[in-house]
Design a protein around this ligand. Structure first.
Ligand SMILES: Cc1cc2nc3c(=O)[nH]c(=O)nc-3n(C[C@H](O)[C@H](O)[C@H](O)COP(=O)(O)O)c2cc1C
Length: 200
């Protein structure tokens, strides 16, 4: 049984891999918020550091289990996903959705997401990356992940951030709400996974 004071393993996934990307600015602020929250051991997973081929093996990872053959350069990502009790996906919006790097990273895995909570922090133009999050919620449901309601969205991030942090004074408070909800789900689902295998 997971105790109230137990820390949860949190993987913060930096979704964009674009040259000159803004993603690391957002994710390092999110990581600071998560460390300050106190409920998590924080691991920032940068997809730009991961080998993620588009060509997949013949069988889907859902059925292949532990024997699924992945590239050596993906091992750190797979271990981080395995070890995580909770995720925050930091995503920009590309053409009303999320970047291909994130989709490829998701598609190489399956059970690593199952019965675990996922929160989203997005950024972009006028919509603040909300289209990306709507698509991610849909996709991650297929992997039996539990997406949480409260997310953070940063519209027009190019004017809304300065010196590595959002100008909106409320942002830290919104992050705290997100992290409180994520910690609650992480504890509940971790206990449930330890009690009985999820019937996927
Ligand atoms: C291929 C591409 C498509 C984009 N499409 C959108 C979009 O549909 N909506 C939006 O708000 N911003 C869009 N943008 C702008 C991005 O939100 C902005 O470039 C942001 O910095 C991308 O995050 P990154 O710097 O971490 O890659 C797009 C950017 C790229 C590169």
């Amino acid at each position: 049984m997971v105790g109230m004071d137990d820390k949860h393993n949190l993987a913060i996934i930096v979704g964009s891999v674009r040259e000159g990307r803004f993603g690391p600015v957002v994710s390092s602020w999110v990581a600071d918020q998560a460390r300050a929250h106190g409920g998590f051991d924080v691991n920032v997973v940068d997809l730009a550091q991961v080998e993620i081929p588009l060509a997949l093996p013949a069988a889907p990872p859902k059925f292949a289990g532990d024997g699924y053959l992945r590239p050596d350069g993906m091992a750190a990502l797979t271990s981080a996903l395995e070890a995580a009790d909770a995720f925050i996906v930091v995503t920009p919006e590309y053409n009303h959705s999320y970047p291909a790097s994130l989709k490829a990273a998701i598609d190489w895995h399956f059970t690593q997401w199952t019965a675990k909570p996922v929160a989203f922090v997005s950024y972009g133009g006028a919509a603040g990356g909300r289209h990306a999050v709507l698509h991610l919620e849909n996709v991650l449901t297929e992997l039996h992940a539990v997406t949480i309601r409260d997310g953070l969205a940063f519209p027009n991030y190019f004017t809304a951030w300065q010196d590595g942090r959002p100008l909106d004074a409320e942002a830290s408070g919104y992050a705290k709400t997100l992290l409180d909800q994520l910690a609650w789900w992480a504890g509940v689902l971790r206990s449930a996974r330890e009690t009985a295998p999820y019937p996927a």
